[in-house]
Design a protein around this ligand. Sequence first.
Ligand code: FES
Length: 71
Amino acid sequence: MYVCMCHGFTDSQVRQAVADGCRSVAAVYRCLADRPQCGKCVPHVRAMVKGAPPCARAAALLAGAAAGAGD
Ligand code: FES
């Protein structure tokens, strides 16, 4: 499904960008299209970024912090 009609990118492209490490709306746009034009797609991209699990590196850092919290 198309997410952004101005740049013609799809939800699967956004999911792939997030899986590749984009963890903000700005990062997704830099990866796929430089920057939004009309901005109508920004809320949808934001929801997809927020719903994504943390990247492997962030998860490892969070796990390490949690393990050390009880020391
Ligand atoms: S629909 Fe994405 S910038 Fe316009």
